[in-house]
Design a protein around this ligand. Structure first.
Ligand code: NAP
Length: 642
């Protein structure tokens, strides 16, 4: 069978090909040429990228070199087309590593190569699909309930279906997508490059923007759900209230209800929680808020029937969400007052709102492995290099400003980017340059739209804390009343209140939150002692603050869960849970590691990464390559079986 990533025969004219090549990433194109021509000597030639940093996809090549590369590529593509687009031969591992290093202009250590090969699927094989040791009948007799149909729940459903394990997905919303279903606020878009932010086995050539907006993301997940025939397994508009472990039966009872009050209990041998971390809205309790006379809503509950045209809008909170909302509505409203408690670090990304041109789309569809190398190209800069800037050097002198030399360098670069846009407006500059170390909170992608918005006549950025809210105004601590007709809360989510929507009763009726005692944790972010056959996706300690993508992490987690189920069934056991020592050791090591990273430092005063006591539970402190390695297959020694 033809490798689905290898391109398909085409009859595009020379002129159309030449036009398409004007759009594409030239280093990526040249690697596709190696596949088409079968000639690796291209890698030794003078046409090569000069560097890679963040979102640079042209490798800082000169215009002359890019033009020469296009001419060279046109000859190779023409020949490939005229030969009927034969499937390129396999590439040996040494050459693959050389190609990786050539593209990203740095050494790609050996430990990363298999992970990247798997991520790119150059052989067309979905390597993260599980092979099984258990027999098909035992799998068919093992029903599973998945709670949530966002990106991780959908992924688990796909893998269970492939395994022949019967499953039901319970989803409180009316459709698939989780966060991409709920967050319909104006300007909502992903800030991880979409050609990487999609399942490795379901790449999409059709993204209309490099960082797609919410409707396109939701429809991607819809399409995946339909293609993998998951829809009929999902109960939409259904809420899970509790899951209770029955030790005698070795099953979970999952209590659900629908909007009309109908309650149903499902029985399952395992439960997979895919409830996400960013979905319980956090709305601060400002005095007087209940007396506000106009519409007031959280960004994740956007009221589309409220017309903002010509109205005075107060936007409270400006993290990743507010940063997207403000530029999207500033044109429409009469006035926009943005209340930002803490300034945000941001870095330049000219592609952030850019459309994917027709040339790139043509290349994605027709040039063998163009899309796969492009995936690698945008994954690599966010793959563990960010951790270096987050690592605390205890000897670094001014910890309020930066936590290390690398971190200080990031501060300087990000500050320069902000300064270059604000110019001489020192009042604005004082408000927008953060007073804490770079990358201490989630760093935002920026194409200039945020600061441009702040300089509009109808927009004001207020950094003075809110004192209270009156029926027609937000009043700040300096006594100024800022008139408002509509209140939008872009105030984030109750991230530290993990799995808050579900009561989970494990062995001896112990409830999960009681067991956690305010310190949510799971071994590898997935399993918890006392909760047999209960698996978390995007659980405690798995959020990513320094790069990567949650889809990548979910693929690691789901492979591990599938490995657990297979091992359980192959060994004839009924239930498994992590050893207390494995869990305790994981928690202690994770906390110790987190203490060495910027996110936990006292210089970061407000951040959803921290709980009220200043502890970090949601984030992973680990390199992606380590997490990938640890989750490839479960170690039975970590578990107690019954
Ligand atoms: P967030 O980053 O937690 O931002 C919440 C905002 O509300 C901050 O400005 C925060 O101020 C402010 N706030 C919270 N409580 C407040 C209080 N009591 N008084 C005054 N201000 C208060 O939440 P978010 O913007 O919704 O983003 C959350 C996460 O969602 C992101 O980090 C990201 O992972 C994800 N997200 C991603 C995208 C994307 O991919 N493009 C877009 C949106 C969200 P402080 O900063 O001072 O706490």
């Amino acid at each position: 069978m033809r490798n689905p990533h290898a391109g398909v025969p085409f009859d595009t004219s020379d002129a159309e090909i030449a036009a398409a090549l004007e759009d594409v990433s030239i280093p990526t194109l040249l690697l596709s040429c190696v596949h088409m021509s079968g000639d690796p000597s291209l890698l030794d030639g003078p046409l090569r990228p000069a560097g890679l940093f963040l979102n640079e996809v042209q490798g800082y090549m000169s215009e002359e070199d890019k033009a020469a590369a296009r001419a060279l590529a046109l000859d190779i593509i023409r020949d490939y087309r005229d030969r009927g687009c034969p499937e390129p031969g396999p590439v040996d591992p040494a050459l693959l590593k050389r190609m990786m290093e050539w593209l990203v202009c740095t050494e790609v250590p050996d430990e990363y190569v298999p992970m990247m090969v798997e991520e790119m699927e150059l052989d067309g094989r979905d390597a993260r699909a599980t092979g099984f040791e258990s027999d098909a009948q035992s799998r068919a007799d093992f029903p599973v309930v998945i709670v949530g149909c966002g990106q991780s729940g959908l992924l688990a459903a796909i893998r269970l279906r492939e395994a022949g394990i019967p499953f039901t997905v319970i989803e409180k919303n009316a459709g698939v997508g989780g966060t991409w279903w709920e967050n319909t606020y104006p300007g909502a878009r992903v800030d991880v490059g979409n050609h990487f932010y999609c399942y490795s086995f379901e790449p999409d050539d059709h993204w209309t923007e490099f960082f797609a907006q919410q409707p396109e993301l939701q429809s991607y997940f819809q399409g995946v759900m339909e293609r993998h025939r998951i829809t009929e397994h999902v109960r939409f508009n259904t809420t899970v209230h509790s899951a209770t472990w029955d030790e005698a039966a070795g099953t979970w009872s999952v209590l659900t209800s629908t909007a009309d009050g109908t309650q149903t209990t499902l029985h399952a041998r395992a439960v997979i929680s895919a409830v996400g971390q960013l979905n319980a809205p956090h709305v601060p309790e400002f005095p007087g808020a209940e007396r506000f006379s106009g519409p007031a809503f959280h960004t994740a509950r956007w009221q589309h029937d409220v017309d903002l045209t010509g109205r005075r809008v107060a936007l409270i909170g400006a993290g990743a969400t507010g940063f997207q909302v403000a530029p999207a509505i500033a044109d429409t409203v009469k006035s926009l007052t943005i209340f930002q408690r803490t300034a945000q670090w941001m870095f330049p990304n000219p592609n952030y709102h850019a459309a994917v041109g027709p040339g790139v789309r043509w290349a994605l569809r027709h040039l063998p492995f163009y899309g796969r190398w492009y995936r690698f190209l945008i994954f690599w800069p966010g793959c563990d290099t960010g951790l270096a800037a987050a690592k605390v050097d205890p000897d670094w002198p001014d910890q309020q400003r930066a936590v290390s030399a690398a971190n200080d360098l990031a501060r300087m670069m990000f500050t320069e980017w902000i300064r270059s846009q604000v110019g001489d407006d020192t009042d604005l500059l004082d408000k927008v340059i953060p007073d804490y170390p770079a990358t201490g909170k989630r760093t935002l992608q920026d194409n200039g739209s945020w600061l441009r918005t702040l300089t509009r006549d109808n927009v004001e950025l207020v950094r003075t804390p809110i004192d209270h809210i009156e029926p027609d105004a937000v009043v700040t601590g300096d006594g100024i009343a800022h008139p408002a007709e509509i209140l939008v809360y872009a105030t984030g989510f109750r991230v530290n209140d993990m799995l808050s929507s579900v009561k989970v009763y494990g062995r001896d009726g112990v409830e999960l939150h009681e067991a956690w005692g305010g310190r949510p944790a799971a071994h590898l972010g997935i399993t918890i002692p006392g909760f047999p056959n209960f698996f978390c996706l995007y659980g405690p300690g798995t959020n990513l603050a320094s790069g990567g993508s949650l889809i990548f992490h979910s693929e690691c987690e789901v492979r591990y869960v599938m490995g657990c189920l297979d091992h359980l069934l192959a060994t004839g056991h009924r239930a498994m849970e992590p050893r207390q020592e494995s869990y305790d050791d994981w928690y202690a090591r994770s906390q110790a590691e987190l203490a060495t990273l910027v996110w936990s430092q006292p210089s970061i005063k407000h951040s959803f990464y921290k709980d009220d006591a200043g502890l970090v539970h949601s984030l992973s402190p680990w390199r992606l390559v380590d997490y990938w390695t640890w989750t490839r297959r479960p170690d039975p020694e970590d578990f107690v079986f019954s």
